[in-house]
Design a protein around this ligand. Structure first.
Ligand SMILES: Nc1ncnc2c1ncn2[C@@H]1O[C@H](COP(=O)(O)OP(=O)(O)OP(=O)(O)O)[C@@H](O)[C@H]1O
Ligand SMILES: [Mg+2]
Length: 338
């Protein structure tokens, strides 16, 4: 066992990094502001603050898209600067454990390995772990048991629905749907219905404050957008009903996929899932009353958790520090050599 371990969950919206030496979890926006296409101007939360506000010469980019690495070089640079500056724990010779989505290609998976293995951080080893498995461990579940567990991680660009038993994935589905798609639906709906153009951060605020899995939310908030008729910025009151109408199709897509996975689940595992309930994690699982919606569709109880965005990285921490779970992490290098 090395001196230090870093647990890494590179999400589309947020990167979550655990440093064993400092025993801290850092949660920052996975965003880079670039000048001249490849020079890092700002990164993390600072870069995100510039999103939709930066002048033309600064490009604010998201190096992870659809759950996979879209811009390896810039992401690697950001992580190196970021780790060296913010997580000063013993970097050299440290062990990295990186969560990877299911249903991605070996090439996409290798990028998660290379970004650390081929970096100036000089790690002792880089291990990978399937995201849903880390998620379940982060929920405090003993995934080694011969018991079926269903985890639904609703993130920013992806929703992963998985059935786990005996430390492995029995079934899984990676949907390209999550919080970002929901924000886009709100933008489109508000534009069509009110001739009002709003930004993504405003849509996100509407989703977080007024979004609900069931109809009938009477709360409201005032938003600012550009009126398409006059061309001028105006204020407008938006209600929970508006947000519900905008996002209900997105939520139904997730419901239908959960149902499809349940239909394919072997009966003995389905029995366990009915008994323990379905677990929902990821930032977008915080949409109000999502549990009620899912229960009404599946007939199964829904379990939520505290700080669901950090569930995967909490699982990585346990996997590296508890011998009982260490076999859940594997080395891409040994796979390649075999
Ligand atoms: N209170 C909230 N209500 C609804 N949605 C929320 C809330 N807080 C955060 N979110 C949404 O959660 C998403 C981010 O969650 P998370 O950090 O789990 O995603 P990610 O891991 O970066 O993405 P992915 O797993 O898809 O790559 C964003 O779309 C954000 O808008
Ligand atoms: Mg995620």
């Amino acid at each position: 066992m090395t001196n230090n371990v870093y647990g890494i969950d590179l999400g589309t919206c947020n990167m979550k990094i655990y440093c064993k030496a400092t025993n801290k979890i850092l949660n920052e926006k996975n965003t880079i502001a670039l000048v001249n296409k490849d020079q890092i101007y700002a990164y993390g939360d600072d870069a995100y603050a510039m999103y939709e506000k930066a002048p033309e010469e600064i490009q604010v980019t998201f190096p992870v898209a659809g759950g996979v690495i879209a811009d390896l070089n810039n992401l690697q640079n950001m992580l190196q600067i970021y780790l060296e500056k913010n997580l000063k724990g013993k970097m050299r010779g440290a062990e990295f454990i990186v969560a990877v989505p299911t249903d991605i290609t070996e090439v996409e998976k290798k990028a998660f390995f290379d970004i650390f293995y081929r970096s100036r951080l000089k790690p002792k080893s880089v291990l990978l772990c399937e995201k849903p498995i880390a998620d379940a461990v982060g929920l405090g579940l003993d995934v080694n048991e011969p018991t079926g567990v269903m985890v639904v991680d609703i993130g920013a660009d992806t929703t992963e629905i998985s059935v786990i038993s005996l430390g492995g994935l029995v079934l899984s589905d990676l949907l390209h749907a999550g919080g970002n798609r929901i924000d886009e639906s709100i933008i489109t709906y508000v534009k069509r219905k009110y001739n009002l153009v709003i930004g993504q951060k405003t849509a996100q605020g509407m989703k977080e404050n007024l979004g609900s899995g069931i109809a009938g939310n009477k709360e409201s908030m005032v938003v600012v957008g550009r009126d398409l008729v006059s061309g001028l910025p105006i204020e407008k009151e938006m209600t929970g009903e508006v947000v519900y109408e905008a996002i209900k199709d997105n939520l139904n897509t997730i419901c239908n996929s959960i149902k499809m996975i349940l239909e394919k689940t072997p009966p003995e595992l389905a029995k366990d899932i009915i008994h323990s309930g379905i677990y929902i994690t990821g930032g977008s699982s915080q949409i109000h009353d999502l549990d009620q919606l899912f229960t009404s569709i599946t007939g199964i109880r829904i379990n939520t958790c505290e700080e669901p965005e950090e569930c995967v990285v909490r699982g990585l921490v346990k996997i590296v520090s508890d011998n009982k779970f260490r076999h859940l992490a594997y080395s891409m290098r040994s796979r390649i050599l075999i």
